[in-house]
Design a protein around this ligand. Structure first.
Ligand code: EPS
Length: 396
């Protein structure tokens, strides 16, 4: 991401998370409260653990916004870790009075072991603290800024949960109109727009909890109102589907991502997969009869909603801990367990919204530029006028 850049910093039980977002044009109305809605949604979901009872994630904007409007300068913000108060003497930048007990029993599936080896740390807490999905609160704050920018040009991003463990939303529910999917997901404790499936998902999470186990699942993120022409076919690192894939695979516990019909398309003939082209005289555009492509062809947005599906593995911290090894004694032990979520697929779907919003906002600024919101909107209008005339004539 080179036009809208963001950095995150912070350990899970350190004093705070820190976010820096650079490249947001001047003149965008922005309040901390605009970020808090998504931060709160990320904390929700049936199956979250004890930490979410402690935290109340709120953004404190430190720079880049004056009187509720962006300045075009870097936006810096923090989110407090309330749990830090319970980690006195064990977390913090200053030397400790007493060496804290080291974490030496790596959890299979977490960064503990490989991270400890790579960074030469003998207390695996030095790895866990940053690998934790707590970091995703920072991404959601950055993503909420990107969403504000996208909303100013008519793009909306939302997500819904498609499956949890073996319980999946029926195919007919997946094809419901966008508003129904969005509102249904927001009304569900597991983020699934189908009521009967939501109930079955809750039952599955409940059963996993009793078994000391965890559950993963899949979610879909949709962006509507995306203009034709974001991304490019001309080079591998400019293809927008590739950039989306990287953004989603960087989310903690995400192991697979697909666009449009994804893996399902591989089993079908081309005639069932590609979206026939029409021409609308009324709108002067080229609508499609279907959207199997998920709004992307040749690495370029085609004007249809962008649809991304991601698969989250079950959380790696299990109450009924898996076999591991004490890295100091080399003895067989159970992996470490302090507390954990049973299922966080709804939370991950909110993080997915943030990542898609950040990639789309970056691609939007790449195509249209603009130091101010007005300039961005003017540039977009000029392009839309060009599209309405397209093709203007012979190229040569
Ligand atoms: C999380 C905070 C963490 C975990 C979870 C996500 O808090 P704690 O480690 O204090 O319980 O609840 O992180 C993980 C699932 C993980 O594997 O690291 C959060 O804010 O989302």
């Amino acid at each position: 991401m080179s036009h809208l850049r963001f950095f995150t910093a912070g350990e899970s039980h350190g004093p705070a998370l820190v976010v820096l977002v650079e490249g947001v044009p001047a003149g965008l109305p922005l309040l901390a409260a605009d970020l808090d809605g998504d931060l709160g949604r990320r904390q929700q979901g049936y199956g979250r653990g004890g930490r979410m009872k402690i935290e109340q994630d709120r953004a404190i904007i430190l720079s880049g916004v004056r009187g509720g409007v962006t300045l075009g300068s870097p936006i810096a913000l923090t989110i407090a870790n309330r749990d830090h108060a319970n980690w006195a003497g064990r977390m913090g930048a200053e030397p400790f009075a007493e060496v804290p007990e080291a974490l030496v029993r790596p959890r299979p599936g977490h960064a503990d072991l490989a991270g400890g080896q790579k960074y030469n740390r003998s207390d695996l807490r030095d790895i866990l603290e940053r690998a934790s999905a707590r970091e995703t609160a920072s991404r959601v704050a950055a993503g909420a800024i990107a969403k504000r920018l996208l909303a100013a040009v008519g793009v909306e991003v939302f997500a819904f949960v498609r499956s949890i463990g073996a319980v999946a939303c029926p195919p007919e529910a997946l094809g419901l109109p966008s508003e129904t999917l969005r509102d249904g997901a927001r009304a569900s404790e597991v983020g699934c727009p189908d009521e009967a499936t939501s109930a079955a998902m809750k039952a599955a999470i409940h059963a996993a909890s009793h078994a000391g186990d965890t559950l993963g699942g899949t979610f879909e993120v949709v962006a509507t109102g995306v203009p034709v022409g974001l991304g490019s076919h001309v080079h591998w690192d400019r293809k927008l589907d590739g950039r989306i894939g990287q953004a989603f695979l960087s989310i903690q516990a995400i192991k697979a991502v697909s666009i449009g019909d994804g893996f399902e398309a591989a089993a079908l003939p081309g005639s069932s997969v590609h979206d026939p082209i029409d021409y609308s005289k009324e709108h002067g555009d080229f609508p499609r009869r279907s959207n199997h492509a998920g709004g992307l062809e040749g690495g370029i947005t085609n004007g249809a909603p962008v649809r991304v599906v991601a698969a989250m593995k079950p959380i790696a911290t299990l109450r009924k801990a898996l076999p591991s090894v004490d890295i100091r004694t080399k003895e067989a032990v159970d992996a470490a367990h302090e507390r954990s979520d049973i299922c966080a697929v709804l939370a991950a779907s909110v993080v997915g919204e943030a990542m898609l919003a950040l990639v789309l906002a970056d691609a939007l600024l790449e195509k249209f530029g603009g130091d101010s919101l007005e300039e961005l909107q003017r540039n977009m209008k000029g392009y839309q006028e060009q599209l309405a005339q397209w093709p203007a004539g012979d190229d040569r």
